[in-house]
Design a binder for this molecule. Structure first.
Ligand SMILES: [Zn+2]
Length: 434
């Protein structure tokens, strides 16, 4: 943690609330020439340079020209073991899992391999300006040890868990209800609440867990405060039919999780592409969250996420990449595809809503909005510097832009890792673009 005070000067933009709730104009704060003052790894103050500069005598100021500082991006659904299989050809969900995912995840039995991939994965997140993520490990507990060891070294706020999977998967990749419970418990004792790390109880999805395993997952959530629950829900139509066959006694897919006490605050469900009204209502009233993963939903042909429907029910929604089914670590690219997913449904995605989804909305989905998501004083100093001259085309496009809204929108369409000049975690620079 940085013990000194340091200030950063550039254009500064952050979300204050959900535009769907307060209206776009009230949803953000912007300083054309702003100062972000950091003290001991936390935000001390944000404001206009003209106002703050006179009070900063003796404090080092880093000045970025043609740049925009925003809070760090938050990825509410991603699989670190799938880093090496991103962009695997040709299948939809269930065949994709059998053909590519399971053989890849088998390699995480080897802790050294897991550590190597965890390092590559975290570096890639930071290169893309993502400072917090909700992360799937593999079924092997050592995969989660490897991940947390690397994240802890960088003092990142990360949430992860070991996959629970005791049926409908190859023998080499299954645990049992009891071993999954015991291994998760040991990981929780070791990592949950250490530094900026949090544990997520992580059943892969209903089809690969027996009712006994789901029961014990629910028991774990009852045994420790503030644990996360992270799984998949209603992604693909064949998957939904399969869940109905496996759990004929339940009302629907969400009800399988509900019955086993796996929903509520800090429960995050990836996808939710085909939810019915009753399920949206239940997610909202229990304070559960859904991760909208546009690049993955398009890549696997899963369907079009109905953001407005979930919004209307008051469901918490964050943005996820879902790498390796997602095709980019960049949340700017997630927003690019999110915009198109909305267009295909005859709807719009306002650029300030996009900013919210990638930052404060993610923090809200994860119940971390007291610590992350914007620059209110006391929050973790996790932020990034976006470069208006990242590429010749972005630079030229920015010259034509007449408003902040236009610049922001163009960044979400054209930007990716190249647009991220520098990334900070708890006030410390953790990535500088070369
Ligand atoms: Zn996923």
């Amino acid at each position: 943690m940085s013990n000194t005070r340091k200030a950063y000067r550039a254009a500064i933009l952050h979300s204050l609330a959900d535009p769907a709730v307060v209206g776009v104009e009230q949803s953000y704060e912007y300083f054309e020439d702003g100062i972000l003052l950091i003290e001991n790894g936390k935000v001390a103050q944000v404001g206009a340079a003209a106002e703050l500069l006179p009070k900063l005598a003796g404090i080092e100021i880093q000045h970025y020209c043609d740049a925009l500082i925003t809070p760090g991006f938050i990825d509410t659904h991603i699989h670190y073991p799938q880093t090496g299989m991103i962009a695997s050809y040709g299948e939809q969900l269930l065949d994709w899992l059998n053909t590519y995912t399971f053989p890849t995840e088998r390699q995480f039995e080897d802790k050294a391999h897991a550590s190597e991939v965890a390092a590559i994965f975290l570096k890639e997140l930071l290169r893309n300006g993502t400072t917090t993520a909700l992360v799937f490990g593999s079924v092997h507990p050592q995969s989660v040890d490897a991940f947390f060891e690397q994240a802890d070294k960088l003092n990142l706020r990360m949430i992860a868990g070991k996959v629970l999977m005791d049926r409908n998967a190859p023998d080499y990749l299954t645990d049992s209800a009891e071993s999954g419970y015991a291994e998760s418990k040991a990981l929780i004792e070791r990592w949950h609440g250490k530094g900026r790390l949090h544990y997520a109880v992580t059943p892969r999805f209903a089809p690969t867990s027996t009712p006994e395993q789901l029961e014990l997952a629910g028991k774990l959530l009852g045994e420790y405060p503030d644990l996360y629950m992270h799984t998949h829900l209603s992604e693909n139509r064949k998957e939904i039919e399969w869940v109905k066959e496996l759990f004929p006694e339940r009302k629907g897919y969400l009800d399988v999780y509900d019955h086993h006490k796996l929903i509520g605050p800090r429960a995050v469900f990836a996808h939710g592409v085909h939810l019915c009204d009753d399920e949206c209502k239940r997610l909202a009233e229990t304070g559960s969250a859904v991760a909208f993963c546009p690049t993955s939903n398009l890549f696997l042909g899963s369907g079009l996420f109905d953001l407005n429907k979930l919004e209307a029910h008051g469901v918490r929604v964050g943005l996820g990449t879902d790498v390796g089914a997602g095709t980019s670590f960049s949340q700017l690219q997630s927003l690019n595809e999110a915009y198109k997913v909305m267009q295909l449904q005859g709807k719009k995605l306002d650029p300030f809503k996009s900013l919210y989804l990638a930052t404060l909305g993610g923090a809200n989905a994860l119940y971390l909005d007291d610590k992350l998501g914007n620059f209110l004083p006391g929050k973790d100093a996790d932020f990034l510097v976006l470069d208006y001259n990242a590429t010749p085309l972005i630079s030229y496009r920015m010259q034509q832009a007449k408003s902040l809204e236009e610049r922001l929108f163009a960044l979400t369409m054209l930007g990716d890792d190249r647009a991220v000049k520098e990334t900070f975690a708890a006030g410390v620079s953790v990535h500088q673009r070369s």
